[in-house]
Design a protein around this ligand. Sequence first.
Ligand code: ADP
Ligand code: MG
Length: 596
Amino acid sequence: MPIRQLPEDLINRIAAGEVVERPASVVKELVENAIDAGARRIVVTTAGGGRNLIRVEDDGSGMDRDDLVLSVERHATSKLADDGLDDIRTLGFRGEALASIGAVARLSVSSRPADATEGLRIDVDRSRKSGPVPQAMNRGTIVEVRDLFAGVPARLKFLKSDRAEAAAVSDVVRRLAMANPGVHFVLDGSDRSPVNWPGDGDLPARVMQLMGADFSENAVPLATTRHGVVVTGLAGLPTYSRANSLSQFYFVNGRSVRDKVLLGAVRAAYADFVFRDRFPAIALFLSVDPAAVDVNVHPAKAELRFRDAGGVRSAVIRAVLDALGEAGYRASSTVADDVMAAFRVPEIADAAAVVVGAGAPSTGFTGPPPSVRGGGLPTAGFAGLAEPSARFEAFETPPGEAEYPLGTARTQMFENFIVAQNGDSLVLVDQHAAHERLVYERFKAELASGPVASQMQLIPVVIELPEEDCARLEEAAPTLQRLGLHLERFGARAIAVRETPGLLGQADIDGLVRDLADGLAEWDSADALGDRLDAIIARMACHGSVRSGRILRVDEMNALLREMERTPHSGQCIHGRPTYVELKKADIERLFGRTR
Ligand code: ADP
Ligand code: MG
């Protein structure tokens, strides 16, 4: 086939393939145009998941006749004053959104600038233009898109259900609303019940509207400037993590993006506190010099390229770690709610279970044992309680206990849970999880100032292992030595351990070394071991911690609580689970129906 120059509408349809992937991408382009036009109020309406109708109305600058006609042409934009691409301060600049949408749908654009007495409308039906004709309307612009992809079966095939497409539209609008707290957004149409986010102009209010009071209560503010990058926003506490990334918002100079550098930086910052398959909730705003970022690397402008990716990464990590460090031992308040939800209180009269707290799971025991039903004396049912299952120690309440955030230890239950009281709160601490975190943080602190101190074994401990494990451990020996674990090869199938990290105390050396060998086998050997230090320390900390099952004296429990209060991140164990739960006296009273 000879080479031929493609006709314009075909060029537009090809471009549309990149810019307009699904209804949500149309909404994104149209709302971005409204924001660029200085709109204070934007109304987005969709029907049929956006396939039947997308309508975006704004009260922005509007367009006069000439601009209106040009706006639907390809490569026509008002946003590039000169021919440079390195100082972009608007959301749009490619000048292809309206032309592309007009190529794959029925498009109408109506507009009325402030100084005009009436509006004008032009129509584009799959690249065939008509108008402008007069249109009665308020100041601003209304863009309507109907029958999206009607003539593009290949695209239609890849669309999801109406509900899924409508959800994607909501998500896009949420992200744009987050970046523009001064703009009033309304999301309407048959796809959903209407949503209204007034534009009060302040970010905390917008975050509250979009992510709920829960998030605001369980997040800490970010504020760091580093390498010329200003990082602001809110970082969720690790225990408030989510199962998907819908609660992650990333913005660069007001542009909502999904950028690998930012995603990676956030993952790295939370790596110590959140399990790999969980997503911390975060709203991250970056301001960088527009010249230091290339926004023209992705047709839908969702990705970008930083000139100094390393600097951006370290600025984000620092910002998140600083903020979480300030949060100290705090665990998320929803933890206590979850606990409350787990309690089910039997109603004596008909043994129907009453659920206390919100979002209760459907499991749990469903009623009291038969002997209690009907309000009889519960002696038989509770006979088991006669034998204390916990170590009990009575003591005087020391003065000033309310001053300690985690309170004063009262007793230990099930050989693992410390029960403490702080003023009018009951604090339950998972001693193993907490201690694991403390040992981990001590490790890191020691490592920061040189090799970790080790303690000599009187007699080297010899551990027999498969030859490959021995080889891997031998290879890792220099790294492990920095962590206070001195081991060497002892024949073909054994390892001798001569010194162990002092802060592990009487650790189970055999278990520790076997566990490390497993870890080394599991981690890609190509990975530099230096990057795995945290993971190695985590494994070591696990073996050096007070195992559940160890009975603690009261002074030992209190020492643990005080150290938790001093240690950053101690509200969650290294696997991201909470280390303690706090129940307010009022919560406990609620359990017993004592609230009025
Ligand atoms: P871009 O936004 O990249 O410039 P578009 O195709 O999205 O390209 O829009 C083309 C032009 O139409 C814009 O540069 C702008 O001048 C004008 N325009 C589009 N939408 C609006 C709107 N809602 N209000 C005012 N002007 C608009
Ligand atoms: Mg645009």
